[in-house]
Design a protein around this ligand. Structure first.
Ligand code: FAD
Length: 548
């Protein structure tokens, strides 16, 4: 099969334009074309009045060799790569027959843990999955408990529970990771097998939305169970059994909060970026861990119609384009980078704390993305030196806590988020009343002056970035746009370093993985990391060192 990339057609082109474009590109007659499928459909909106659809097409022709020879060296035409996922190992009968110690344990059932578990189960290794939170339906009730009744369950919330941090989210699935082995394709294919919309396989910026994510997570659990995986919910791992008798550290098991010991020599640590107590336990146990950069800031809300108009001009609202997103970055005079983060078109801002007495913002949307506001993180990059991470590996956690506690107090100490209108933020005066943009954060927003919420360098950088962003998205600096804060859980404040064999730098048998360990930054990249780590576990279990 041939792959044609960069096929540009006008937004409202008729279906017949696609085969016509293929014939023109390949310089063949209609009789030569056997068939084609759309591998990817994106758009180029750089010229608002001439938005183009951009296709990648897989094409079957009668004489592929002749076409390839004739078009040798012509860009954007090649052979379709083999993207099918291939397992690196299989559990042999002797491994399967070994006692419990042979079963791999996965801590955490977010995107990373889901894929580590699925791949291991598909290879026949029957993993045990330990998740501190509840099954997703019960977790949904607890999560809404904070949003509706100001009632936080520290073990069952936006961060913790079946499905992980991305379950109540926009479910954006694009990622900039290098992926020569096409693991992302395996992830998307499995999502579609488990109720995700089929279009995620071909649209350039796929998203799933919260309702479908919940169903999908349940279905994936059922598949893993059917393959011999075993789940424990409300099963927080509070300790690791580490044997350092032979000089180096070797995992021998994990300990649950109720004191139960589960023996294993292979532990996938996929705990996400909010497992602060678990990071402390790892540090106390001497597992190598270091501080890493992350970002802090606010959420910003604009009318979605403003973003649609700024990005799509007269094509705003076109069904093939959907609600518009944006991605912005500005390098400030004080050396800081300010950027948009986790933009949620037509969505809502959500209360995302997992700890009592703290306020954290994030964003989510439904598949339809039809809420009135667009929201996005509006954040500033910070380094370990900014928060004492050069002195203590867990200093970033303390810094996050300090900002989140301050935001709680600034919001009125009742889980309302502190907020301010953009116009007032730029003018440096507290806001008194909302204008045309009503914030979506629940349980509520308390208007104030947000400047004391973050260090002065961050506020300075954000004030410089807003007019710069307005030059790219006309109206970004609108007076009535609403800022809420604080956005602190942008990525993990720590990295749990691992070797080329995916095991911890100093603890054999411990496989740090996903966002919490500092190896992913979103649903797709966390899922891909889960696959890589599952492969490393499988190879270790069959006694192979063949990791590419
Ligand atoms: P997590 O998803 O955080 O999963 C970790 C799991 O480990 C949790 O379920 C937790 O309960 C469990 N756990 C922690 N400690 C223990 C322990 N000691 N014992 C047992 N279990 C434990 N990313 C995107 O790509 N697109 C988006 O649209 C998007 N929107 C988001 C919206 C929100 C509101 C949030 C909070 C995040 C969003 N993200 C989004 C980020 C994305 O969710 C994360 O990058 C991703 O979930 C990380 O996956 P993970 O598996 O590494 O960790």
């Amino acid at each position: 099969m041939l792959r044609l990339t960069d096929v540009h057609l006008p937004l409202d082109h008729p279906d017949s334009d696609l085969p016509a474009a293929i014939l023109a590109r390949l310089k063949i007659d209609a009789g030569e074309l056997v068939g084609y499928t759309v591998f990817r459909r994106g758009y180029d909106a750089r010229r608002k009045n001439a938005i183009m659809l951009v296709y990648t097409l897989d094409v079957t022709v009668r004489d592929e060799a002749a076409v390839l020879t004739r078009l040798q060296g012509v860009p954007h035409i090649g052979i379709t790569p083999d993207m099918e996922y291939k397992f690196v190992a299989r559990a042999t009968a002797s491994i399967a027959a070994r006692p419990d110690a042979a079963r791999p344990v996965i801590i955490g059932f977010g995107p990373c843990g889901i894929f580590a578990a699925l791949i291991l189960a598909q290879m026949g290794f029957k993993p045990i999955i330990l998740e501190r939170g509840k099954v997703v339906r019960e977790r949904t009730k607890d999560t809404w408990g904070l949003w509706r009744k100001r009632d936080l369950n520290p073990e069952s919330n936006v961060q913790f529970g079946e499905g992980g941090a991305g379950t109540f989210s926009d479910g954006k699935l694009h990622s900039g990771i290098k992926d020569p082995k096409h693991y992302s394709r395996k992830v998307l294919t499995e999502f579609v097998k488990h109720y995700a919309p089929e279009e995620i396989l071909y649209v350039s910026k796929p998203h799933i939305g919260t309702f479908r994510l919940v169903k999908m997570v349940e279905a994936m659990r059922e598949t893993i169970e059917a393959l011999g995986g075993e789940f424990r919910f409300q099963a927080k791992v509070t300790d690791l059994d580490i044997d350092d008798a032979q000089g180096g550290k070797q995992i021998r098991g994990v300990v649950l909060e109720n004191g139960e010991h589960i023996a294993t020599e292979h532990v996938v640590l996929a705990v996400g970026h909010s497992a602060r107590d678990t990071f402390q336990m790892l540090f106390d146990r001497g597992v190598y861990i270091e501080a890493k950069p992350f970002s802090i800031g606010f959420r910003i809300e604009h009318p979605q119609s403003l973003i649609d108009r700024a990005r799509f001009g007269k094509f705003a609202g076109h069904p093939l384009l959907g609600a518009a997103d944006y991605k912005l970055v500005h390098h400030c005079k004080n050396g800081r980078a300010v950027y948009s983060f986790c933009m949620c078109p037509g969505g809502t801002v959500v209360a995302a704390t997992s700890e009592p007495g703290r306020v954290v913002t994030n964003g989510m949307s439904q598949y339809s993305r039809n809420e009135r506001n667009a929201n996005s993180g509006f954040v500033v990059g910070i380094d370990p030196k900014d928060f004492g991470g050069d002195k203590h590996p867990l200093a970033g956690i303390e810094f996050q806590r300090e900002l989140e506690s301050r935001a709680f107090v600034m919001g009125g100490s009742n889980y309302d988020a502190p907020g301010q209108l953009v116009g007032d933020f730029l003018a440096g005066k507290p806001s008194k009343e909302f204008g045309s943009v009503l914030p979506s954060y629940k349980p509520g927003v308390h208007l104030t002056d947000l400047a004391p919420a973050l260090p002065a360098y961050a506020i300075e950088a954000m004030r410089e970035a807003i007019p710069a962003f307005d030059r790219q998205i006309k109206g970004y600096a609108m007076r009535d746009a609403v800022l809420t804060g604080v956005e602190t859980r942008t990525s993990s404040p720590v990295r749990i370093k691992r070797l080329d064999n995916f095991q911890s730098l100093n603890t054999k048998g411990l496989f740090p993985a996903g966002e919490g360990a500092g190896y992913a930054g979103g649903i797709l990249s966390a899922a891909v990391d889960g696959i890589k780590v599952a492969e490393a576990v499988a190879l270790s279990m069959v006694g192979s060192t063949d990791i590419h």
